[in-house]
Design a protein around this ligand. Structure first.
Ligand code: 4AD
Ligand code: MG
Length: 457
């Protein structure tokens, strides 16, 4: 019996088997209590034993894994509804006293240093179960709307975002011939071809969207940005829907519906996790809106040009300059969403020079049909756009940027043969988890964060 199911039992049950790890042990003369957890839920299950019948209790510590059998009965203590009156107790794995997760609160910083066992803490139990549930909600949203889940390659030859933040892929050729000085370099590019780990599945998703309609990806994404911030990972998970016959306005509607759906899903299905976050996380990190308020309010929408005007009028000295044509820095984004709108918001129609090559050019010839979603505490969580579907305009833009047009013919071909308006966006999975949980460091919403200098576990 899982601890989760035992705690939710509807009636007493004889001879249950409990498998789990001991969290605490209390032994007095006549009675002993073991709080046991198996990771299926936050709460522990209390095992009640008669100490003189179980000498093995001496060997049980915090962290010991055990198998117990006994009867599930209503608890008299009142702290929990159910407890187990133990008949047999067996140690499966011993745990010496140097186990680092003794019963006290540990800082997030300390837990990052022992990331290999932090999944066993209450906090990371909650985080990892929440992550799983929200991943399911992502699939549920798109599947319910008839989107197809597509798999785009991890190894690619193109730089979707054009930011040059890519990890090169190399292979090892052990049969390589030594050079004249005897030196052997076993490394070569991916079987002789220059490739990298993908920064986005978008370009390939466009090929699939213009074939089977509405699609989405949900997979690992890699960025070699050597920055140490609380919002950037070198390896993160991105959700990228791509929709044929879809313009920016429809794209924005789906983004808002999607983000609200995730919040509503958490309200309906993650009560335990949300209660935990509200109790332990929000104290240090005051949330501007509750999930209910996010679901029940409309996102703000402004153009980039309007955003610049608002920022110029702000009674505030920014560290970075505010000038039409310059990218919004995180301090600007946070002012807009936290102080001006005080809720999630979208910025659209950015200058073409600060956005990727594939975005559709507006009639002003200066801005593109881009949309970024900014939220309090986190900043940017979504980047998307309507794609340039006009072959001549796209080639012109790629030429301006000095891109390898020959190597990108495959991308241009879908503009040659039955081109259609299409749009999509990318949601950073860890960013939305941060926003919904209130956890302020991205390293604490993914089990094994990959950041510069951090690849051990
Ligand atoms: O804005 P970005 O770079 O957009 C794209 O990659 C588009 N190709 C998406 C698309 O239209 N299909 O990234 C999208 C989102 C960001 O808004 C952010 O939430 C997340 O991905 N993201 C990161 N998350 C964690 N660590 C990083 N280093 C991230 N870089 C981007
Ligand atoms: Mg972006």
């Amino acid at each position: 019996t899982k601890v989760r199911d035992a705690l939710r039992a509807e009636k007493p049950q004889e001879d249950v088997i409990i498998l789990g790890w001991v969290r605490t042990k209390r032994v007095s003369k006549n009675v002993a209590f073991l709080e046991v957890n198996d990771g299926s839920t936050l709460a522990n299950l209390q095992l009640v034993l008669e100490p003189d019948k179980f000498p093995i209790l001496d060997e049980v510590n915090t962290g010991t894994s055990i198998k117990a059998t006994g009867d599930l009965v209503e608890s008299k203590g009142g702290k929990q509804a159910w407890e187990v009156q133990v008949k047999t107790l067996e140690i499966i794995g011993h745990c010496p006293q140097d186990y680092p997760l003794q019963k006290k609160r540990h800082s997030f910083e300390f837990l990052r240093e022992i990331a290999h066992i932090r999944p066993r803490t209450n906090t990371f139990g909650v985080v990892n179960r929440f992550r799983s549930k929200m991943a399911y909600a992502v699939h549920k949203f798109f599947q319910e709307r008839g989107f197809y889940y597509v798999h785009t390659p991890i190894i690619t030859a193109s730089d979707c975002e054009g930011a040059g933040e890519m990890f090169r892929v190399t292979t090892f050729d052990l049969n390589k011939v030594p050079m004249t000085d005897g030196h052997v370099d076993f490394r070569q590019d991916f079987f002789g071809q220059e490739t990298s780990l993908t920064v986005s599945g978008q370009l390939e998703a466009e090929l699939l969207a213009t074939a089977i309609g509405d699609v989405y990806t949900f997979g690992p994404t890699f960025r070699a940005e050597n920055s140490n911030t609380s919002r950037h990972l070198a390896e993160f998970w991105m959700i990228e829907p791509e929709m044929a016959f879809c313009d920016l306005e429809e794209n924005m509607k789906i983004i808002e519906e999607f983000l609200k759906y995730l919040c509503q899903y958490a309200l309906d299905n993650c009560q335990e996790e949300m209660q935990f976050f509200n109790k332990w996380i929000d104290k240090t990190h005051t949330r501007i809106q509750t999930l209910e308020e996010i679901v029940n309010s409309d996102f703000g929408v402004i153009t980039y040009t309007e955003a610049i005007e608002i920022l110029k009028k702000a009674d505030r000295k920014f560290e970075f300059p505010v000038e039409w044509g310059l990218d919004l820095q995180s301090e600007h984004e946070r002012y807009l969403t936290e102080e001006y709108f005080k809720r999630p918001m979208m910025v659209i129609d950015y200058p073409k020079d600060i956005k990727a090559f594939y975005m559709r050019l507006n009639d002003d010839n200066k801005t593109v049909r881009a949309v970024d979603v900014l939220v309090p505490q986190v900043g940017e969580i979504v980047g998307g756009s309507q794609r340039e579907e006009r072959l001549d305009k796209l080639i012109q833009r790629m030429e301006e940027l000095g891109m390898d047009i020959e190597g990108m013919q495959w991308y241009l071909d879908i503009r040659r043969w039955g081109s259609v308006p299409h749009s999509g966006f990318g949601l950073g999975f860890e960013r939305i988890l941060m926003y919904m949980s209130g956890i302020s460091n991205i390293r604490d919403v993914i089990p094994f964060p990959r950041t510069p200098g951090n690849a051990k576990f």
